[in-house]
Design a protein around this ligand. Structure first.
Ligand code: DGL
Length: 265
């Protein structure tokens, strides 16, 4: 079903959600986007569900004040714990990343699946629950990878230290001979190169950033022709030059409109 969506709000705890934004911009180049990175309070992935719900409500209220027609919860940790609260709070559609990622795994035909994510996402069991609802016989093993987020925030996408850490986290998945690896965190697509090398070419890697963009594309539908190029505005709860440097590498273009925001007022 498609509806009129002029502006999409996207939030994440930090820089990782830019992987989702990038996929959205590629699929929907004529739709305006407002991105909120709650970098001041990153990481979300080690905090309690209560805190995640509280932060997510603050992020979504801020984005709702920017006149968005649809909210994309790019953060897996927030999607795992706060989706229900956000749906109750907002009067616009809210799309979370967990279901999109889980469905992409099922569609891929994988039978032995590894799920990696933040400790709070993995503890929620959300990915496993949704996949087992659809496909009860699926073999799934999960692994929290808390060190991946700081390594990505540091920009160490292709680094020997990152590779060492990844080898340790993935050893159980290699032993279990998984055929599919689901990247259940916005930051992990930036480590795809290293993760692919470690797992080998027989293991397919499912990137939930791309999967959620496809779901949003279906909701938004095909835009009318001859629309001008869309405007993308960025709000950060902690504006650092580093964010912009790394953000522009991730996006592959300039971040033109970047503003500081205080979410705690
Ligand atoms: N954005 C978070 C997620 O996708 C990871 C970063 C964090 O821990 O805040 O789960």
């Amino acid at each position: 079903m498609s509806r009129t969506v002029q502006r999409i709000g996207v939030f994440d705890s930090g820089i990782g959600g830019l992987t989702v934004l990038k996929s959205l911009m590629e699929l929907l180049p004529h739709t305006n986007m407002v991105y909120l990175g709650d970098c001041a309070r990153l990481p979300y992935g080690t905090k309690s569900p209560k805190t995640i719900v509280h932060y997510s409500l603050q992020c979504s209220r801020f984005l709702a004040s920017k006149d968005i027609d649809l909210l994309v919860v790019a953060c897996n940790t927030a999607s795992a714990h706060a989706l229900g609260a956000l749906e109750q709070e907002l009067e616009i559609p809210v799309v979370g990343v967990i279901e999109a990622g889980a469905r992409a795994v099922i569609d891929s035909g994988g039978r032995r699946v590894g799920v990696i994510g933040t400790p709070t996402t993995i503890r929620s069991g959300a990915y496993v629950r949704i996949m087992h609802e659809i496909e009860p016989d699926l073999e799934i093993i999960s692994q929290a990878c808390p060190l991946f987020v700081p390594l990505v925030e540091e920009g160490w996408f292709q680094d020997e230290i990152t590779e060492l850490v990844a080898r340790r986290y993935l050893s159980g998945m290699i032993e279990a001979r998984i055929d599919t690896l689901l990247l259940g965190c916005t930051h992990y697509p930036l480590l795809k190169g290293i993760l692919g090398n470690i797992m080998g070419s027989e293991v397919q890697i499912i990137d939930s950033a791309f999967s959620i963009a496809r779901v949003v594309e279906e909701i938004v539908g095909t835009p009318a022709k001859d629309l001008t190029h869309a405007e993308v505005v960025y709000y950060l709860s902690d504006l650092s030059p580093r964010f912009i440097d790394i953000g522009e590498v991730i996006l592959g273009h300039e971040m033109k409109y970047v503003y500081d925001v205080d979410l705690c007022v």
